[in-house]
Structure formats: C-alpha cells, structure tokens
Design a protein around this ligand. Structure first.
Ligand SMILES: Nc1nc2c(ncn2[C@@H]2O[C@H](COP(=O)(O)OP(=O)(O)O)[C@@H](O)[C@H]2O)c(=O)[nH]1
Ligand SMILES: [Mg+2]
Length: 181
C-alpha cells in the first residue's frame, strides 16, 4: 500500500522518538507495509557493534494493523542537532512511542530528557515507553526507569520488546492506540 492510497481522515499519525541506537528504524521496518522511506548515512565514527548507519533526518512508513487500522508512522532523528525537526514532525501526531536502549547505562536520564522535550512540544500527546535490547542488557533495571517516568509526573506505561520482531512492535503500537481512547 502507498501513502497516497490512504485518506488523511482515517489514517492515524504516530511518531517513534528516542536516542540514536534505540531501535526506531528497526521498529518501523519490522511493521512497514512497504519499503520505508529512510535517510540512513554511515556513522561518522565507524560502526558501533552491528550498527553501521544512522538516521540523519527521518524514517517514514505506512502500516496496516491486523484490524485494518491504517497508520502513518514517523521516526524522529535521534541526534540533538536535529532537535529542530521534532516539533514539525510531531504536528498532527496522536501519540508517541518513546524508544530507549535497555543496554544504555544512562537510560533513566535519556528517558527524562525525551519526556521533557516531548512535553514541551505537545503537553497533551499520548506516550508509551518501549525498551529494546533487554536481551543483551544484563544491567537493565525496570524499577529505575519507572522512577524516572514518575519523576516526570507521568503515568506512562513501560514495555520491553524486541524492535526486530514485527509482532512485538505491533503490540506496542496497539498499547499506544489504547492510550488514545
Ligand atoms: N539484541 C537486540 N537488538 C535489537 C533489539 N531491538 C533493536 N535491536 C538492534 O539495535 C540496533 C538499533 O538500531 P536502529 O534501529 O538503527 O536505531 P535508531 O538509531 O533508533 O534508528 C539495530 O542493530 C537492531 O537490530 C533487541 O530487542 N535486541
Ligand atoms: Mg534510525
């Protein structure tokens, strides 16, 4: 399916946010109907593990959930020097999935930074947190992350998932759609 076959009224716009390496591009690819629009460039300082590229502007894909709900899904660029793009990309979005790398030592600080930044842009937007890479993160501590979310004064659900798995990613999207009701 192509974006121009969907009408704007019936299509929900969702955004994936989060730092570089959290899994935004991977998550979009795992649920996309067709080849996502993606602007990848080689990492400036060479590969980090199996990650050789990074998104310099945005990811975009159309997604059709099992129940027939069409979605436009955008991935925000993670780098802070592209922060100016975020308000533009959040325009008209109903919800955000904040992706965080479960293996990152400073995951709680990253979470608070992104929640504050999202709130500044759109105080009312629905948010769920999705934590990736917990399979390779011996140190991941859900309690610490919960405390960080609570410190932001937010009742935001937190899920762990594997962004490479389309079923798990779709489940997270459904969790966000439930927040909209
Ligand atoms: N082991 C593991 N790897 C993951 C998981 N989710 C994502 N990844 C990998 O983490 C990296 C994330 O990169 P990418 O999607 O480019 O992140 P982005 O910068 O947020 O777009 C990719 O190499 C994915 O294959 C997970 O749950 N477990
Ligand atoms: Mg990316």
């Amino acid at each position: 399916m192509y974006a121009n076959e969907l009408s704007a009224e019936q299509t929900i716009k969702l955004v994936l946010a989060g730092p570089v390496g959290a899994g935004k591009t991977t998550a979009i690819r795992s649920i996309a109907d067709s080849e996502p629009v993606s602007t990848e460039m080689p990492l400036p300082d060479g590969p980090i593990g199996d990650k050789t590229t990074t998104t310099v502007a945005l990811d975009f894909a159309t997604v059709m959930l099992d129940d027939g709900q069409p979605l436009f899904v955008y991935g925000l660029p993670g780098q802070e020097h592209f922060a100016f793009l975020r308000p533009m990309m959040l325009e008209g979005a109903l919800g955000v999935i904040l992706l965080l790398d479960g293996a990152a030592a400073d995951i709680a600080a990253q979470c608070m930074h992104w929640l504050v930044s999202l709130r500044e842009t759109d105080p009312a937007i629905a948010v769920v947190v999705g934590v990736t890479r917990t399979d390779v993160a011996a140190s991941f501590d859900l309690g610490v992350l919960r405390a960080a979310v609570r410190a932001c004064g937010a009742a935001i659900p937190i899920f762990t998932f594997d962004a490479r798995d389309g079923a798990q990613t779709a489940q997270l999207v459904r969790a966000l759609l439930l927040q909209l009701d």
